[in-house]
Design a protein around this ligand. Structure first.
Ligand SMILES: C[S@@+](CC[C@H](N)C(=O)[O-])C[C@H]1O[C@@H](n2cnc3c(N)ncnc32)[C@H](O)[C@@H]1O
Length: 266
C-alpha cells in the first residue's frame, strides 16, 4: 500500500467514526439542510425503476461475457487488461447502488432539463439519473465502442428513452457537444481521472452552466491527483457551496449561497 492510500484509509476511518453532519446536524444553510433531508436522509424504499436498475446490474455482475475495452482515460486501479469480464466492469467500474440512488434522488430533487455524464461505461449512472426525472434529457459520452454498444443494449432493455450516448474521446467531442446543447443543469464527471483532464473539462463547462447548475465529481480520492483537482474545483471563484462525501464531491454555483465547504457523512 502506498503512502497516499494509507493516508486515505485513515481519513476514511475518521470520516466513518465521526460521521460529519450526519442527519444534517450543524447545517445552518436552509438550502443545504433541505437538500440533505430530501435526498440523503429520506427513508423511501426503492421505486420500481431503482429495483430494475439494481437487478440489471446484479445480472451483469454474474455474466461470463468478455468485453474488449479501449479506455481513453486514466484507466482502472484494478482492471489492467483491455479484455475485461462484464462482471468485473459491472462490479468495479460501474456506480454502485448507494451512489446511483444519490444521483437518482438528486435529479428528482433538482429536476434538471439537461444532464451531461462523462463516462458511460455500461450505462448505470446514466440510467439512475435518467429515471430520477423523466422529463430530463441525459447525454452521456463514452470512448470505448464496445461499452457504447453494451450501454445501448441496457438502455433499450430498460426502456430508457431520455438517454443519448455519444461515442468519442471527451477531449475531442466535448467542445462541439457544449456548443450544440447550450447550458447543462447537472453534470456528472466520471471518466478520465487525471487532474489536468478534470480541470480542463471543469473549465470548459463554466460558460455552459447557470447559477442553478450542479457538478458532481466521482472518485475524488481515487488518487492524489484527483484530490488536488477536487480542491481546486472547490476553491474556484465561481463555486459557492461544495460538499465532500468522501467518495464524491458536489459543487454549486448559486451566488445567493455563501461560499462554504462541508464534509458530510453519507
Ligand atoms: C468509471 S467508468 C464510468 C462509470 C459510469 N459513469 C457509471 O456510473 O456506471 C469511466 C468510463 O469513462 C470512459 N473514459 C475514460 N476516459 C475517457 C475519455 N477521455 N473519453 C471518453 N471516455 C472515457 C472509460 O472508458 C470508462 O468506461
Amino acid at each position: 500500500m502506498n503512502l497516499f492510500r494509507l493516508k486515505i484509509a485513515f481519513e476514511f476511518l475518521w470520516y466513518w467514526l465521526s460521521r460529519p453532519h450526519r442527519n444534517g446536524h450543524g447545517i445552518h444553510s436552509p438550502f443545504l439542510f433541505a437538500f440533505l433531508q430530501e435526498v440523503f436522509y429520506s427513508k423511501t424504499s426503492d421505486n420500481s425503476n431503482l429495483t430494475a436498475i439494481r437487478s440489471l446490474k446484479i445480472k451483469a455482475s454474474k455474466s461470463r461475457a468478455v468485453v474488449q475495452v479501449n479506455d481513453l482515460g486514466a484507466g482502472s486501479n484494478r482492471l489492467k487488461q483491455s479484455e475485461r469480464s462484464l462482471s468485473a466492469i459491472a462490479g468495479m467500474s460501474s456506480i454502485n447502488h448507494k451512489y446511483g440512488k444519490l444521483l437518482n434522488k438528486s435529479v428528482g430533487y433538482f429536476e434538471p432539463q439537461l444532464i451531461l455524464e462523462l463516462g458511460t461505461c455500461l450505462g448505470f449512472g446514466a440510467m439512475y439519473m435518467a429515471s430520477g426525472y423523466k422529463k430530463s434529457k441525459v447525454i452521456t459520452i463514452e470512448g470505448s465502442d464496445n461499452l457504447v454498444g453494451k450501454s445501448i443494449e441496457n438502455f433499450k432493455q430498460m426502456n430508457m428513452n431520455n438517454i443519448s450516448v455519444i461515442h468519442g474521446n471527451f477531449d475531442d467531442i466535448l467542445p462541439s457537444i457544449l456548443q450544440k446543447n447550450g447550458c447543462f443543469d447537472f453534470i456528472f464527471i466520471d471518466g478520465n481521472h487525471k487532474k489536468t483532464a478534470v480541470m480542463d473539462y471543469f473549465k470548459l463547462f463554466l460558460p455552459n452552466i447557470t447559477s442553478d447548475s450542479i457538478i458532481i465529481v466521482d472518485d475524488i480520492r481515487w488518487s492524489e491527483d484527483m484530490l488536488e483537482a477536487w480542491r481546486e474545483i472547490c476553491d474556484h471563484k465561481q463555486v459557492t457551496l461544495s460538499i465532500d462525501l468522501f467518495r464524491m464531491g458536489i459543487v454549486f454555483f448559486n451566488s445567493n449561497l455563501k461560499k462554504q465547504h462541508f464534509k458530510i457523512y453519507y
